[in-house]
Unconditional design. Structure first.
Length: 133
């Protein structure tokens, strides 16, 4: 049997509301459309990992697992819930609010980066202070 391709989905600001760190027990409500997004990926045959730096400690990891089970219970029909902070080799691709895609073209990557900076005022300010933009 062919193994399903793995996709890692970031948690905060990708599928969950995030307005700054509160504590390890607090994860924001799902963003609008997140449930449909995850369901679409599942139906397309992806094996879904939830990817978060928070998962470096076991308490946070179990809090996220519970959150995923609560908001995306249908995932358990086809897979286990995997929460990770490890960029494992078996993960095909990542969806992240802070990702810049690289498709083999550095010029295009710089364009994506410029778009990203435009959207992120705090990054723009930090770069401007160093006169990099
Ligand atoms: Mg994020």
């Amino acid at each position: 049997m062919k193994r399903r391709p793995r996709i890692a989905i970031d948690l905060d600001k990708t599928i969950a509301h995030y307005d700054g760190w509160i504590n390890a027990y607090t994860v924001g409500e799902p963003l609008e459309g997140a449930v449909e997004f995850i369901r679409t990926l599942q139906q397309a045959g992806w094996y879904i990992y939830i990817f978060s730096a928070r998962a470096e400690d076991t308490v946070s990891k179990s809090v996220i697992q519970e959150w995923v089970c609560k908001h995306f219970p249908f995932l358990l029909d086809t897979q286990k819930i995997f929460v990770t902070n490890v960029k494992s080799r078996d993960i095909e691709c990542f969806v992240d609010d802070r990702a810049i895609p690289f498709w083999g073209d550095y010029e295009a990557t710089l364009d994506y980066l410029a778009e990203y900076v435009k959207k992120k005022e705090d990054v723009k300010e930090a770069l401007a202070e160093r006169k990099l933009i």
